[in-house]
Design a protein around this ligand. Structure first.
Ligand SMILES: [Zn+2]
Length: 130
């Protein structure tokens, strides 16, 4: 995949995850953007990063999972909030592909908490102090 197309793919994946973060009522404090470093080697593509981590995904679904993992870590690290949280099982959900669809997956209850990028009403923040 061409570099410019990969960049668009990651930008669109990031928008989906940011929608979930905003729907949960946070994210203003997070400033996340896809960064690129150009290669100094002629004819070699540059590299894309989010929050300092190199991005490897080659298709959109994998890109959503890869970025969701990074954004989740940033939310926990920067906002000190466990997100997204499954109230039913008192458990942190993780990004996973289910039937090729990126979802927030609750491993404790083996269920989909919410499709990533959906209207994330079911996603609730839980503060460490709560
Ligand atoms: Zn659950």
């Amino acid at each position: 995949m061409k570099f410019a197309r990969r960049r668009v793919m990651f930008e669109s994946a990031l928008e989906m995850i940011e929608a979930d973060v905003r729907a949960a009522g946070a994210g203003e404090e997070l400033s996340l953007s896809i960064d690129e470093r150009f290669s100094i080697v002629p004819c070699k593509e540059g590299t894309l990063y989010l929050a300092g981590r190199e991005l490897d995904a080659r298709n959109h679904a994998d890109a959503v999972i890869e970025l969701a993992d990074i954004v989740q870590y940033e939310v926990i690290d920067v906002l000190m909030t466990l997100w997204p949280w499954c109230n039913q099982h008192n458990s942190l959900a993780n990004p996973q592909l289910k039937d090729d669809i990126p979802v927030w997956w609750c491993e404790s209850g083996k269920h989909t908490l919410h499709r990533i990028g959906g209207i994330a009403l079911q996603l609730l923040f839980r503060s460490y102090s709560a």
